[in-house]
Design a protein. Structure first.
Length: 106
């Protein structure tokens, strides 16, 4: 029985640490990165959209902080193939000025 408790505690610790490591990946993004650099860090995106000269890639249900229960949709917006904006929230298309931008989570 003691062995099962230790094994369960070890499994919980692994899940917690995996959440921390994934959240840390998001903090490695910065303006000016290429799409290849972003996908090297975050993996394959779950969705793609474009508007004029803007592109957005979406990572669905990903860790956004160091806590494994804190998940959100995470977006990266590119202009001229370089990151200009990124973060959790929803991508909004503004047809009047032909751009994409992120509406942050509240």
């Amino acid at each position: 029985m003691e062995h099962m408790k230790k094994l369960s505690l070890f499994g919980l610790l692994l899940v917690f640490l995996a959440g921390c490591a994934t959240g840390d990946l998001m903090s490695r993004l910065h303006p000016g990165m290429t799409k290849d650099e972003v996908t090297d860090i975050l993996g394959t995106p779950d969705a793609y959209e474009s508007q004029g000269e803007y592109e957005a890639i979406k990572f669905t249900n990903r860790f956004v902080s160091g806590w494994f229960w804190n998940r959100a949709d995470y977006n990266v917006i590119f202009r001229d193939s370089r990151v200009i904006e990124y973060g959790p929230g929803k991508v909004h298309k503004d047809f009047d000025v032909n751009i994409l931008y992120i509406i942050p989570l509240e």
